[in-house]
Design a protein around this ligand. Structure first.
Ligand code: AMP
Ligand code: MG
Length: 532
């Protein structure tokens, strides 16, 4: 395949051509009954310039890295619409914090169409922050640099961690400012604007189906389902009532795998509304997300959710199931036996439990020997980690180094456990009561000695399962502060390190460090809002 610049790429427009949409005469916010999308062009920005680029994704898509300014960057900012693009904003709704919110839609995201990747698959390119659409409601259709950079960095980091996710191709500065009240505290200020080009096979969400069901648009509901089946689940065959059921089961299965991955890397999405759930079972819409540092199932970075904690770390498995139940309710209009959709939810629970268990065994360097006792061993670890305020990433990474010692020689156990706790606990060795974790570590040591593999093999497999580098909240914040001041070096360093998060990269040790004290309560590090 010939490598080309994005403004030279041929776009397909399957979403626009195969689904009913309107041509938006203007961008005034409104209800758009009867349609799956509105055709609308991005609003040009003053001075588009490239800030960051994912070489990895670009390589897969056969795209050449553009210069800082020029036609390719214009296309990535929405300033240049090439002849084969048919830009559109999708219409969807959603349950926000448990309540049906009606029509939402792409209020600041505009898709340009799909391009072919080097393996022959097609990927939708969507610009986020590209100006008003009929779905902008009362907002401006723009995005600030801070939130765009967070989305750009995290989607690529998640991909390299092995978590199913949408991708990000570029981060473009707009040369314009956007007014935001970062914490809704009555203190709006101008911030730098940016546009992220994000990439996925499709950005269709649970909310697209819910929208059609809620407004009784059965034909559109069916058209959307058939479109998704045709393009994204072709292996399930021609659409039929039975195929809809199997498709829902597959969505449930994939969602379960995604959630199991989140739970084992310590990712908190922050706003798991049904409009932020991808029909492909990939992580979508990076807003006030965060990484668990002190292990705490009740933790969320999202200030909007501080009261309810509906989307806190430990709630994610249950919330995803609730969201799938909302999707099932919408899809029940397509199958006569709505009850049968319950099997999908069953599939969700089973896959989540199996996948989570398998991933945790890998993290602990164990093979499935003890079907009876291992679930309790894993279950009991949560409380111990929480009681000792252990840094989730550091605990597992450091354990990968010390666990093989437990196999070889038990004499050093106590010293090694103490070292582990000193290095990874936020309350330290002296101030906390670590007896629970110490007992657990002894129990784990006994279990590990039942493995037949040697110490080195166990170490290597644990290092492959426990990342050293994740996008800690304070690291993202430092990249933002640099970029806002015009210095992209920290962002670039982070991007490079996060490409191989399981590799040791000793020269980058500092980026694997426990959250420093200054970041504990700092806005952007400990707390984030939906303002973006
Ligand atoms: P989110 O909380 O980012 O998932 O957004 C929820 C809804 O609000 C979606 O319909 C978004 O498109 C819309 N939205 C969020 N921010 C903006 C904005 N700055 N301009 C227009 N619409 C927005
Ligand atoms: Mg969203």
């Amino acid at each position: 395949m010939k490598v080309r610049q994005i403004d030279q790429a041929e776009f397909e427009n399957s979403f626009v051509e195969e689904l009913p949409g309107e041509t938006a005469a203007d961008k005034r916010p409104r209800q758009v009954p009867g349609y799956c999308y509105s055709r609308v062009d991005p609003t040009p920005v003053r001075d588009p310039h490239l800030l960051a680029w994912s070489d990895d994704l670009a390589g897969f898509l056969g795209l050449a890295r553009p210069e800082e300014r020029g036609p390719a960057v214009d296309a990535l900012a929405g300033n240049l619409v090439t002849p084969s693009m048919k830009p559109f904003a999708a219409r969807y709704g959603g349950h926000q914090f448990g309540t049906w919110a009606g029509q939402l839609g792409d209020g600041r995201a505009i898709s340009l169409g799909e391009i072919e990747a080097c393996d022959g698959s097609f990927w939708e390119i969507q610009l986020k922050g590209s100006g008003l659409t009929p779905y902008s409601r009362r907002a401006d259709g723009r995005a600030v640099l801070r939130s765009s950079l967070r989305e750009f960095l995290c989607s690529e980091a998640m991909h390299h961690l092995g978590v199913p996710t949408t991708r990000a191709l570029s981060l473009v500065g707009t040369g314009e400012t956007v007014i935001r009240d970062m914490f809704y505290s009555g203190d709006p200020r101008p911030e730098k604007g940016a546009v992220v080009a994000r990439v996925a096979p499709t950005f269709i969400r649970f909310g697209n189906f819910e929208m059609m069901a809620a407004s009784g648009e059965l034909e559109n509901l069916r058209a959307l389902a058939d479109y998704v089946l045709r393009h994204h689940y072709p292996e399930l065959g021609e659409p039929s009532e039975d195929v809809y059921l199997r498709w829902f089961e597959e969505v449930c299965r994939r969602t379960a795998v995604m959630i199991a991955r989140w739970m084992t890397v310590g990712f908190v999405h922050g706003v798991m509304n049904t409009d932020n759930m991808s029909i492909l079972g990939v992580t979508i819409d990076y807003g006030p997300y965060g990484w668990l540092e002190p292990y705490d199932p009740d933790w969320t970075p999202n200030t909007t959710d501080f009261g309810m904690r509906r989307y806190a770390f430990g709630q994610q498995p249950g919330v995803a199931q609730w969201n799938l139940a909302m999707l099932a309710r919408a899809l029940s209009l397509l199958v006569p036996d709505g009850e049968a959709l319950g099997q999908g939810l069953e599939q969700y629970r089973a896959t989540l439990s199996d996948t989570y268990h398998a991933l945790m065994l890998e993290k602990l360097g164990l093979t499935p020997l003890h079907q009876e006792d291992d679930p309790a061993l894993i279950q009991d670890l949560h409380q111990c980690l929480a009681d000792s305020e252990m840094d989730m990433t550091l605990f597992f990474r450091n354990l990968s180094h010390t666990a093989p010692g437990l196999v070889a020689d038990t004499r050093d156990d106590d010293r090694s456990h103490r070292g582990l706790i000193e290095a990874a606990s936020y309350i330290g060795w002296e101030r906390g009561d670590h007896s629970g974790l110490l007992q657990w570590l002894h129990r784990y040591g006994q279990r590990l000695r039942q493995e037949s593999a040697g110490a080195e093999t166990i170490r290597e497999s644990m290092l492959r399962a426990n990342p050293k580098y994740v996008l800690r909240n304070y690291l993202a914040q430092k990249a933002i502060e640099g970029a806002e001041a015009g210095d992209l070096s920290y962002l670039e360093t982070l991007m490079n390190v996060l490409k191989t998060p399981y590799a040791e990269q000793p020269e980058r040790d500092a980026l694997a460090a426990k959250r420093p004290d200054w970041a504990r309560d700092k806005p952007g590090c400990a707390t984030l809002s939906c303002s973006s």
